[in-house]
Design a protein around this ligand. Structure first.
Ligand SMILES: [Zn+2]
Length: 85
């Protein structure tokens, strides 16, 4: 694999990682939301209502709320299929 191919593969990998990780900022308004993801997942998986958790975390705008509700975390599945770059 030459240097150009290697850079293309690295760029592709970074793009894929960007889609499978929870974004740091809301795509629409730019508010920082990445710091609230872990607590959201922890509380919702322990049985709390997602809407109430978002209210308590201070996520009020619906553009930001959809980031949490619609995100599917794929990074844990992706790492199983890693290839040497
Ligand atoms: Zn937003």
């Amino acid at each position: 694999m030459d240097e150009v191919q290697r850079e293309e593969v690295e760029a592709e990998v970074l793009q894929v990682i960007g889609m499978v990780l929870f974004p740091v900022r809301c795509f629409t308004c730019g508010a920082v939301i990445g710091d609230k993801w872990e607590e959201f997942v922890k509380r919702v998986s322990s049985g709390e209502d997602p809407g109430r958790v978002l209210d308590e975390l201070g996520v009020k705008r619906y553009c930001c709320r959809r980031m949490f509700i619609s995100h599917i975390n794929l990074i844990d599945e992706m790492v199983l299929y890693g290839r040497k770059v």
